[in-house]
Design a protein around this ligand. Structure first.
Ligand SMILES: [Zn+2]
Length: 845
C-alpha cells in the first residue's frame, strides 16, 4: 500500500476493506493487516490546505503543568497525507499567531533552579524570579508552534474554533515550520512515530485516548536555555528560543534511551541548531514532587521471568560472532488492564544486514495467539537505525486483567563484536564499551515497562565445544555447565529482577574462585591470554573491595561476580557494571603519558574496580527511579570508591581526589550549573556526577550531619529498599531521618540547583576587651537559595568559627566574643573549602 493512499485514520477499517483483496480485515480490526494499514496510513502527516484554517483567537488547552492560550492567529490541522477530512483525522495542528504559555513548578528545587535561571540568564527582576520560586505561575509569550497528539481534548480545542479565511501562504509557512522542527526533534525520539502509535491504538481499539502522549513545540520570545550549560562562548549546546513539552503519563517516550528514562510528565526546553545533540535537548523541569514514590507509568508490564538461550559461533576472520537467540518471556499487566505492548528486540549488526528477526509470538495461558506488528522507525539517523526493524507492537484481542500472564517468544539472529584484544587499527578511534567488548543485552525491552526492564531470568549460552578461544560471562549465578550436541553450555540465573542482565563473550583465560567465606561471593575473572598471570591479583583486589563495603553497607547483594576484560583503548578507558558483572579496559598510552591518568588519582585501577563493584549496590540494589535520579548511581559509586582507596591505600589517595574534584569545580569547569538532578542533560555530566557529586556528599554533607548519620542513612536506604527504584527525595529523607536535620535547603541548592557561587565578605572588628567581635556580611552572586558558609576568625593560635546563613544572596553575622581580648585579628571566609565556591573574597570595611 502506498503512503499516499487515501486512508483516513478514523475510518481505516472501511478504507482497508476497500483496498484489500479480502474482507477478513473488516471482520477483525485487530488483525495484523488492519493494524498495518492503519500504521501505514499515518506515515507522512502533512499540514492541510489554508482553506481549512481555524481562528486561533480564544484557543486554549492544558497539558500537564502548562496552559497554552492564543489571542490571535490561525490554526491548521496536521493529518495523514490524502485525508478527506484533515480536521476529523487530525494528528495535531500548527498555530501561527500571538499566544502564551503559563506553567508552574511543583518541585521546590526545580522552582529554585528555574527562578535563578530567570534572574541570571533572562534578566527578569529578582523580585519576580523570587515569586516564581515561591510558587507563582510563569508566563511567556509564544508565537508559532505545533502540537502532535491523539488526545481528544487537545485536538477538539483546535478543531472546534471558528473558521477563518487566510491566504494561501499559511500552509506553506506552517509546513516549513513543522518540517524544520521535526527534523531537529527526530534526532532524539521520533514524535511522528509517537503520534502514529497512539492514534492507531485509539482508532483500532475504538478506544480511549485521554492519556495519549502530547508533544507541544512553541517558539517563545527569548532563548530559555533551561539546561546547565557552558558559561561563556564556545558552548556546545546552542539554544534557540523554542520550548518543547513532552507530556507522557504512560512513560512510553522511551524505555531504552537512558536520557529519557521514567518520564511521567516533562516540561522541556528544546531547540538546538546542532542536530547531533538534539537527543540531549530535553532537560526536565517540572513534574511530580512526590517524596514517597518515584515516577512510574500508571499501567506497565511486570516482568515475571525471562528464559534466554544464545548460541554463539566465531565467524570467519575471527572478529565477529554470529549469534542465534531465543527469549521466552512471561509478563503481566500491573496498575490496570493491559491491551497492547511494544517489544524492542536487541539489535547490533556488527556485520551489515546480519540482524534478522525470526519470529515473535504472543500467547495467552489458554494458547490463543495474538497479532504482532512490526513498527519500523523512519531511519533518519543512527539513533533511529538502532530501532529500525527491532520494535514490534503486540495487540491483544481483549485487555488482559491485572496480573494475567502473557508469554512472548522472541527469536532473532545477529552479529556481535567480541572481546578478543583487537583495537581500532588506526590507533586513535578507540572502541568504547558495548562495542568491541563482547558485551550484549539479550533480553528484549518491553514498554510500557519499568525503568531498566528488570527481569528475573535464566540465560544459557552455547559455544562451539571444539574452540577453546572463546569463553562466556553471564549476569547472575552460574548454575550449570555441560557439553551437549557439540556445544559447551553455561547457564546462569537470577531469582531477583536484574537490571541490565547481560552476556559477554571473549577470548579469555578464566579463573573460577569459589567463595572463600560464607559472606563473600564466588568470583569468575576473565582476562586475555597474555595477562592471565594477573588473574589471582584481580580476584584478591575484588575481595578486598567487597570486604570493605560489607563493613559499612549491607551484605554484598549477589552470590557471584563476573569480572572480564575488554579490548584496550587508546588514551582512555571505560569500565562498566551490568548486573553482577564488571567489565574493565586498559588505557593504551604513549610512553610517558601514563601520569596524566594517575597523578591526580593514585591507585587509579583499584579505584575504578572499587567504583564498578560499588555499582552492584548503587545502580543494582538502589535503582535510579528516573533520569533525574541517575546521579545517585554514579555519585555514590564514586563516593564509596574514594572511601575505599582512602581506607586501603592511605589518606593521600582520598585527599588528592577531593582536591582535584574541588579544583575542577572551583577553577576549571566552565559550566554555570552542576545540578545533579539535571546532570544527564548537561554536556558536563561526567564531571558533575563523578566529581561534583562525591565532593558535595563527602566534603560538604558528611561533615554537616556527621559520619554516623551519613553512613546510617545510606545503609538504611539499601537495606529498606532492595532492588527498588530510588528517587532523589528519598536520599534526602534518609539523611534527614538519620541526622534529625532539615536538609531541604541543602538539597535544593547543592543537589538540584548545583551552583558554585562566587562568595565575598565585608567585615569589621567591633567592641573591645571581652566584647570584641567581628561583624559582617557574606554575599553570593547566585541571587536565590539558602546556603551556609563558615567564617573563621583567628586571634593568635585561637580560632572562632561562625556559620553564616545566606538567604537569597546575602547573610549578616556577628561572631561570639573573640578570645584574648586583644591581638591582631585574621578573618577568613571558608578557608577549608567546606562550601564549593568559584571565589572567596574578604575585605575589611
Ligand atoms: Zn559508574
Amino acid at each position: 500500500m502506498s503512503r499516499s493512499a487515501p486512508l483516513l485514520l478514523t475510518t481505516a477499517l472501511l478504507a482497508a476493506s476497500l483496498l484489500a483483496p479480502t474482507t477478513a480485515i473488516a471482520d477483525d480490526p485487530l488483525s495484523e493487516d488492519a493494524l498495518q494499514a492503519a500504521w501505514d496510513a499515518t506515515a507522512d502527516p502533512v499540514v492541510a490546505a489554508s482553506a481549512l484554517a481555524r481562528d486561533a483567537a480564544g484557543l486554549q488547552f492544558t497539558v500537564g503543568p502548562s496552559t497554552y492560550a492564543w489571542k490571535s492567529g490561525s490554526v491548521l490541522p496536521i493529518a495523514p497525507a490524502g485525508s478527506d477530512d484533515p480536521w476529523d483525522d487530525a494528528l495535531g495542528f500548527v498555530i501561527q499567531g500571538e499566544g502564551s504559555i503559563t506553567t508552574g513548578f511543583d518541585d521546590r528545587g526545580e522552582a529554585l533552579a528555574f527562578a535563578n535561571h530567570l534572574a541570571t540568564k533572562l534578566d527578569v527582576p529578582v523580585a519576580d524570579a523570587k515569586a516564581v520560586r515561591d510558587g507563582m505561575q510563569w508566563t511567556s509569550p509564544v508565537s508559532v508552534g505545533f502540537v502532535l497528539t491523539a488526545r481528544p481534548d487537545v485536538l477538539n480545542a483546535a478543531r472546534t474554533q471558528a473558521e477563518l479565511a487566510t491566504d494561501d501562504k499559511a500552509t506553506g509557512q506552517a509546513q516549513r515550520i513543522v518540517d524544520k522542527r521535526l527534523d531537529l526533534l527526530r534526532g532524539g525520539q521520533d514524535p511522528i512515530r509517537m503520534v502514529r502509535l497512539d492514534a492507531m491504538l485509539a482508532a483500532q481499539r475504538g478506544g480511549d485516548a485521554s492519556h495519549a502522549r502530547v508533544l507541544v513545540d512553541v517558539d517563545t520570545d527569548r532563548a530559555l536555555e533551561l539546561e546547565p550549560r557552558a558559561k561563556h562562548g564556545g558552548n556546545r549546546l546552542t539554544r534557540d528560543s523554542w520550548l518543547t513539552q513532552v507530556y507522557d503519563e504512560s512513560g512510553l517516550w522511551s524505555t531504552r534511551n537512558v536520557s529519557e528514562l521514567g518520564n511521567l510528565g516533562e516540561f522541556e526546553a528544546g531547540g538546538t541548531s546542532w542536530r547531533t545533540v538534539a537527543s540531549q535537548a530535553f532537560p526536565r523541569a517540572g513534574g511530580p514532587d512526590d517524596h514517597t514514590s518515584p515516577p512510574m507509568p500508571p499501567m506497565h508490564w511486570e516482568p515475571i521471568h525471562a528464559d534466554n538461550t544464545v548460541q554463539a559461533d566465531v565467524a570467519k576472520g575471527r572478529n565477529v560472532l554470529e549469534i542465534e537467540a531465543t527469549s521466552q518471556m512471561v509478563l503481566a499487566p500491573r496498575g490496570g488492564p493491559g491491551s497492547w505492548l511494544v517489544v524492542e528486540v536487541p539489535f547490533h549488526e556488527e556485520r551489515k544486514e546480519s540482524w534478522e528477526l525470526q519470529g515473535i509470538t504472543a500467547t495467552l495461558a489458554d494458547g490463543t495467539e495474538l497479532p504482532v506488528l512490526d513498527l519500523p522507525a523512519e531511519p533518519t539517523d543512527r539513533w533511529d537505525k538502532r530501532y529500525a526493524g527491532s520494535s514490534n507492537l503486540v495487540v491483544l484481542g481483549r485487555p488482559l486483567d491485572e496480573g494475567e500472564a502473557l508469554t512472548l517468544t522472541v527469536q532473532w539472529k545477529d552479529t556481535l563484536p567480541w572481546a578478543n584484544l583487537s583495537t581500532d587499527p588506526s590507533g586513535t578511534g578507540a572502541r568504547s564499551l558495548g562495542h568491541g567488548t563482547g558485551l550484549q543485552s539479550v533480553i528484549p525491552a518491553i514498554s510500557p515497562g519499568l525503568v531498566g526492564n528488570p527481569w528475573p531470568f535464566t540465560t544459557r549460552v552455547g559455544l562451539p565445544a571444539d574452540d577453546d578461544h572463546i569463553d562466556v560471562a553471564i549476569s547472575g549465578l552460574t548454575t550449570r555447565t555441560w557439553t551437549e550436541d557439540g556445544r559447551r553450555w553455561t547457564e546462569a540465573s537470577s531469582a531477583t529482577p536484574a537490571m541490565w542482565a547481560d552476556v559477554a563473550l571473549g577470548d579469555w583465560i578464566s579463573l573460577e574462585a569459589p567463595a572463600p567465606r560464607d559472606d563473600l561471593p564466588a568470583l569468575r575473572v576473565h582476562l586475555f591470554r597474555d595477562e592471565a598471570q594477573a588473574l589471582p591479583g584481580v580476584a584478591n583486589e575484588a575481595y578486598k573491595v567487597i570486604d570493605y563495603y560489607q563493613r559499612i553497607l549491607p551484605p554484598f547483594p549477589w552470590k557471584e561476580l563476573e569480572i572480564f576484560q575488554s579490548p584496550d583503548m587508546w588514551f582512555g578507558f571505560v569500565w562498566i557494571a551490568p548486573h553482577a558483572m564488571v567489565a574493565s579496559t586498559q588505557a593504551k598510552v604513549i610512553t610517558g603519558m601514563g601520569k596524566y591518568f594517575t597523578e591526580d588519582a593514585p591507585h587509579l585501577s583499584e579505584g575504578v574496580l572499587a567504583h564498578e563493584i560499588a555499582h552492584q549496590y548503587w545502580g543494582h540494589v538502589a535503582r535510579p527511579a528516573s533520569i533525574k535520579d541517575f546521579w545517585i548511581a554514579e555519585t555514590f559509586a564514586e563516593t564509596f570508591s574514594c572511601l575505599y582507596v582512602g581506607a586501603t591505600y592511605g589518606e593521600d589517595a582520598y585527599r588528592s581526589r577531593m582536591d582535584e574534584y574541588k579544583k575542577t569545580w572551583e577553577q576549571e569547569a566552565d559550566a554555570w550549573r552542576a545540578s545533579l538532578t539535571a546532570a544527564y542533560e548537561s554536556g558536563w555530566q561526567p564531571t558533575i556526577v563523578y566529581n561534583y557529586g562525591p565532593y558535595v556528599m563527602l566534603e560538604m554533607l558528611r561533615p554537616r550531619i556527621g559520619d554516623e548519620a551519613f553512613f546510617k542513612g545510606l545503609y538504611t536506604l539499601l537495606a529498606a529498599k532492595p532492588e527498588q527504584p530510588v528517587a532523589t527525595e528519598e536520599i534526602q529523607l534518609v539523611f534527614e531521618a538519620a541526622s534529625d536535620q532539615d536538609l531541604s535547603d541543602f538539597f535544593d541548592y547543592w543537589v538540584e540547583g548545583g551552583y558554585v557561587p562566587a562568595l565575598s565578605m565585608d567585615y569589621a572588628v567591633t567592641g573591645s576587651g571581652r566584647n570584641r567581635r567581628v561583624e559582617g556580611t557574606v554575599h553570593s552572586d547566585v541571587p536565590l537559595g539558602t546556603i551556609d558558609v563558615p567564617v573563621v576568625v583567628r586571634v593568635g593560635t585561637k580560632k572562632v568559627e561562625t556559620w553564616v546563613t545566606l538567604v537569597d544572596g546575602h547573610g549578616d553575622f556577628t561572631t561570639e566574643p573573640l578570645p584574648g581580648g586583644k591581638g591582631s585579628v585574621e578573618v577568613e571566609l571558608d578557608p577549608d573549602g567546606r562550601v564549593l565556591a568559584s571565589s572567596r573574597k574578604a575585605k575589611a570595611r
